[in-house]
Ligand binder design. Structure first.
Ligand code: PMP
Length: 373
């Protein structure tokens, strides 16, 4: 099997699966319980939080565990938007955010003005346009770090500095799901940051939200005082501990992995461009090495996906969360002849350079066959 759908989700590492299995039996006590079993679990939870805070270079009390990036994005965005509803104001975002950002903002379109940044045919934005859109009454900016369909990396550190340098009251949220532990980022000028465990070989159903202590908002759900009461409910302690294991392994191996996936992406891209005509490369040159988006003229990405699946090569057309031509590909302004033929390849440490010739052979074969039909 050649699994190239690592943006949708990754296979947990063996060590993570083992940590999870062990923890389910051992760490069953509620971290809020006052007895020693509860205290032990609470201590373990604290250690993971501490480790994450140190990696993100933020305070321990600023890291909150959630059920994933969708929830982190919702808590962050709805928290800030609701706080500003009465006063009103503007939001800046891009039209190619993940649905867990895009659809949250869309919910408030009747009450709040939204300024969308323009994107080019590779999903890139302009900092000059961003500066011009940033107004005194802009209260929220939400931009992802790495686009999940294209791999485009956004200049979020620079955007944070720009926001800090203006008089706006804007809070800056970054959806870091596809960049977390993969593409380096300094959170110094970022107020809110979301990430997910299952994109870095951790279990599903766990994520994190970093919230700068200066940002205050009400929770979306009400309950106990867990996670600073912004994410109440008994913590997914076993998932969090396994997430902690995945993070530590990523920390040890991410540099090596970055180089590994860069080589695979380069070899595949060069191979496809030299063997197939009529291809639009949607990923910019300096995009995340983990993601390659290509649009093949005159074919359907979905048909190509199913043909490759017959040879146990697993890819995706765009994001796992959308069907047909996604809103991201739609925004690139490609000719329809190309946009329907969009596929996304996402790499991991499990892929091998040795598989590249086989993948290329299958791509060339099926694209030709589909075009002949
Ligand atoms: N944001 C981005 C950029 C993503 O790629 C994803 C996952 N497809 C999410 C948010 C949602 O993450 P989760 O599955 O953890 O809710």
């Amino acid at each position: 099997m050649i699994y190239l759908d690592n943006c949708a989700t990754t296979r947990p590492r063996q060590e993570v699966a083992e940590a999870l299995a062990k923890s389910i039996m051992e760490d069953f006590s509620n971290p809020s319980s006052l007895h020693s079993l509860g205290l032990r679990t609470e201590q373990r939870l604290k250690e993971v939080r501490k480790g994450l805070a140190s990696i993100l270079r933020v305070k321990e009390g600023e890291v909150y565990f959630t059920s994933g990036a969708t929830e982190s994005n919702n808590i962050a965005l709805q928290g800030v938007i609701r706080k500003n509803l009465k006063r009103g104001g503007r939001i800046i975002s891009s039209p190619i955010e993940h649905p867990s950002v895009k659809n949250v903002i869309a919910q408030y379109r009747d009450d709040i003005e939204v300024d969308y940044l323009t994107v080019n045919d590779k999903g890139e934005i302009s900092l000059d346009e961003f500066k011009s859109l940033l107004k005194e009454d802009t209260f929220l900016v939400s931009i992802m770090h790495v686009n999940n369909e294209l791999g485009t990396i956004y200049p979020v550190e620079e955007m944070g500095r720009i926001i800090r340098g203006t008089k706006t009251r804007a809070v800056f949220h970054v959806d870091g799901t596809q960049g977390f532990m993969k593409v380096s980022l300094n959170l110094k000028d970022i107020d809110l940051y979301s990430a997910s465990s299952h994109k870095i070989y951790g279990p599903k159903g766990v994520g994190l939200l970093y919230k700068d202590s200066s940002v205050n908002f009400n929770p979306m759900t009400y309950g106990g005082s867990q996670e600073g009461a912004i994410r109440p409910g008994t913590e997914n302690i076993n998932g969090i501990l396994a997430f902690g294991r995945a993070v530590r392994l990523m920390e040890e191996r991410s540099k090596e992995e970055f180089e590994h996936v860069s080589l695979i992406k380069k070899a595949l891209l060069e191979g496809i461009l030299s063997k197939v005509d009529g291809v639009h490369v949607n990923s910019p040159e300096n995009s995340s090495p983990y993601i390659l988006s290509l649009s093949f003229k005159g074919i359907r990405g979905e048909t190509l996906l199913h043909l490759l699946e017959g040879d146990e090569i697993y890819i995706s057309t765009s994001s796992a969360c959308s069907g047909g031509v996604s809103h991201v590909v739609e925004e690139l302004g490609l000719d329809k002849d190309y946009s329907f033929g969009t596929v996304r390849l996402c790499f991991s440490h499990e892929n091998s350079l040795k598989d590249v010739p086989y993948i290329l052979e299958k791509f060339v074969k099926y694209v030709k066959e589909l075009r002949d039909i």
